[in-house]
Design a protein around this ligand. Structure first.
Ligand code: AMP
Length: 389
């Protein structure tokens, strides 16, 4: 998702720039002003409550705004992203937006402020008033709207400055020049946005080799807890010996060991496009930890795959692997294989169920050949993230 807020005084050119942005980035447009005017025209209860305030150039209450915004976000939660125009307009609304984004399991990418002096705002709005048919585009109301802007809306900028999400654009440039500046900011943010993928699937489903291939293809960092633990075993460290014991008894390695390894990996991966997680999160606790770890990077899980392969085929594959050089210490006997499959069923399936509440999990048939499955997943990734091609 790409979520942007356009900020600026009335008449700054937010509406004009929005037309370009929604087309270019395929965003769903949310202009609280337009939505309120729709409510007004439809004569709804909300519209009636807002009518006098809008006519006087005041700000409609945050309670009304949260209702109309939530309604629109909820019914378009599958959008590529949202473009907010005229929202957030108060400090409270900035918090409301944070909450709405959490609900969508997303975040606001940036706030772009189109800056024009007050004199210019008045000039433009008076001009617009000649054709807009908006009763609030007259001098008395314009002055009140600008007063509200200075007193209640400008402080919102601090909220975003503190979070390094504020970008200013000189609104006195020509329309194409403003567009170009805005586009530059968005593209820069996009290039820094992490694409995080989680690969679910039973042991033997191919999630590891697929994850590795996808990481290579899309220049993502592959985070496989299994491989990190193996590294410790190979180094024959104290930790490694402890892990080996746990493996041999078919148990999961405790979070106290796994989490610091993941954290180190995230910390040490600079300038990456994103991460592909395999074998993590494996438990409900780990899923909360991963959300928290990613939040530290102002990021979140963007895509989840669940590779489906039936149990008999899984056992066949794992059994075959145990007889090759690729055998893992944990697939040395049928008993261990079965125990691992059972662990997945008991602990990881509930994690997938939890994510189903907040994410669209993409189920992939893992039975065809490796190349076919890889192609299917690649298509999914490229459809979801147009800039990955
Ligand atoms: P706009 O079309 O954005 O200039 O908005 C027109 C009028 O709608 C404003 O002067 C306010 O009365 C009201 N309005 C629009 N968005 C908001 C908001 N986020 N919070 C409060 N009032 C708003």
């Amino acid at each position: 998702m790409l979520n942007i807020a356009l900020f600026g005084p009335p008449g700054a050119g937010k509406g004009t720039q929005s037309e370009f942005l929604i087309k270019k980035y395929k965003l769903f447009y949310i202009s609280t002003g337009d939505l309120l005017r729709d409510e007004l025209a439809a004569g709804t209860k909300l519209g009636k409550q807002a009518r006098d305030i809008i006519a006087e150039g005041g700000l409609v209450s945050d309670e009304i705004i949260v209702q109309i915004i939530e309604k629109n976000i909820k019914s378009n939660s599958d959008a590529n992203g949202f473009l907010f125009d005229g929202f957030p307009r108060t400090y409270i609304q900035a918090y409301i937006l944070e909450g709405l984004m959490i609900k969508l399991n997303s975040n606001l990418d940036c706030l772009i402020s189109i800056e024009v002096p007050e004199k210019e705002s008045i000039k433009r709005l008076l001009n617009r008033g000649k054709t807009s048919g908006r009763s609030d585009d007259n001098e008395t109301v314009i002055r009140k709207r600008l007063k509200e802007y200075k007193e209640k809306t400008l402080p919102v900028l601090n909220f975003y400055k503190e979070r390094n999400m504020y970008y200013a654009v000189n609104g006195m440039q020509s329309i194409p020049e403003v567009t170009e500046s805005v586009e530059k900011i968005i593209n820069e943010r996009l290039s820094k946005k992490l694409l995080n993928i989680v690969m679910f699937g039973h042991p033997g489903s191919g999630r590891g080799s697929l994850g590795k291939a996808l990481a290579k293809k899309y220049d993502l960092e592959f985070v496989a807890t299994g491989a990190m633990l193996d590294e410790e075993i190979k180094n024959d460290s104290e930790l490694g010996r402890k892990i080996k014991q746990l493996y041999e008894s078919g148990q999961l390695v405790p979070d106290e060991i796994v989490i610091p390894l993941i954290e180190k990996k995230l910390q040490n991966s600079k300038d990456v496009r994103g991460f592909i997680f395999k074998g993590f999160p494996r438990t409900l606790v780990q899923s909360y930890i991963l959300d928290g770890l990613l939040k530290k990077y102002d990021s979140y899980i963007a895509k989840i795959f669940d590779i489906k392969v039936d149990t008999l085929e899984l056992i066949r594959r794992l059994d075959k692997r145990s007889k090759t050089d690729e055998a893992m210490p944990y697939d040395s006997s049928t008993e261990k294989i079965v125990k691992r499959l059972q662990e997945h069923e008991d602990k990881t399936v509930p994690v997938i169920e939890k994510y189903k509440e907040t994410h669209d999990i993409t189920e992939i048939d893992g039975t065809p050949t490796f190349d076919t499955v890889l192609r299917t997943i690649s298509k999914e990734i490229e459809n979801s993230f147009k800039n990955m091609k």
